[in-house]
Design a protein around this ligand. Structure first.
Ligand code: NAG
Ligand code: NAG
Ligand code: NAG
Ligand code: NAG
Ligand code: NAG
Ligand code: NAG
Length: 229
């Protein structure tokens, strides 16, 4: 019995050390996988509008190693610079799932995301794994289809609440996503207030394998209706 107790104590201690080790080697705690609604991205873009591609499907914005204390960090870590997408198979997958809908240079978009975010989790996912894993995440749930099945489809007039949209996605994924909204730059101030759905975030644990609940809620304004258009 005493032996059992001491080995249990040892296990707890070992786990505590292991946990501290993890916390000190990586400055991130979990991943945010961010998908954008291209029409909203384009509406807000300052790039020339003749280059915009307002595709009607959610596409990847990025896979961001994150921590709870500072959601914008870490970023631009010391690591290898973007080497380019070497495999033609991966390249063609990313052309569909991760296009640069504002400017048209997909490679530049991938390079920017790798250098800013991917470098911070390079000890977990190397460059090829970072892009392959992101594609697999995009494939795992078709948000556009999930929303369509819940009758949430682009509309100029209809509005939804934050929880309408979250519940529809949660029913499919069993995990709480996070929504990010933007102000409509063209909103006529005399009309009722609303915000535009811009991005849907899935959260993943440290290894980017298992989806977890997102627990931040600051991505949209509270109690303001959401337009998806
Ligand atoms: C969050 O990230 C910042 C910037 O990299 C780092 O200073 C901080 O220690 C991190 N916090 C945790 C809990 O990992
Ligand atoms: C696209 O971006 C990549 C990476 O920054 C650059 O090497 C390439 O020249 C750009 N292509 C065009 C057509 O501008
Ligand atoms: C996702 O669903 C949308 C809407 O049903 C459909 O247009 C699109 O082709 C689907 N994408 C994939 C990759 O299956
Ligand atoms: C939408 O519903 C159809 C019919 O029930 C189903 O076959 C399809 O898998 C659903 N799509 C998504 C993305 O959940
Ligand atoms: C804003 O909307 C109101 C009501 O529909 C309309 O009377 C007004 O002319 C609009 N203003 C602008 C600047 O579009
Ligand atoms: C989110 O969950 C993590 C892990 O359970 C916790 O450390 C963090 O404080 C939570 N953040 C918020 C904003 O609730």
């Amino acid at each position: 019995m005493a032996m059992l107790k001491s080995s249990l104590a040892f296990l707890v201690l070992a786990f505590a050390f292991f946990f501290c080790f993890i916390m000190s080697t990586g400055s991130y705690v979990y991943f945010q996988f961010v998908q954008q609604w291209p029409p909203t991205t384009c509406r807000l873009s300052s790039k020339p509008s003749n280059q915009h591609r307002p595709l009607q499907i959610f596409t990847i914005h990025g896979l961001w190693p994150s921590n709870y204390s500072n959601p914008r960090l870490p970023s631009n870590c010391i690591g290898s610079q973007f080497k380019g997408i070497l495999s033609p198979q991966l390249r063609s997958k990313l052309k569909t799932s991760w296009p640069d809908v504002e400017g048209g240079n997909d490679t530049k978009f991938w390079e920017g995301e790798w250098n800013k975010h991917g470098t911070c989790s390079e000890h977990t996912l190397n460059q090829m794994q970072y892009f392959e894993r992101s594609y697999a995440m995009w494939m795992s749930y078709n948000i556009t289809g999930v929303l369509k099945n819940a009758s949430i489809v682009p509309s100029a007039t209809q509005t939804w609440t934050y929880s309408d949209i979250v519940s529809a996605i949660k029913t499919a994924t069993q995990r709480t996503p996070l929504l990010r909204c933007k102000r409509d730059p063209a909103r006529n101030k005399s009309l009722p207030n609303y915000q535009l759905l811009h991005e849907v975030v899935f959260c993943y644990e440290y290894k980017a394998k298992k989806q977890i609940d997102c627990n931040r809620t600051a991505g949209c304004w509270n109690n303001v209706d959401i337009k998806f258009q």
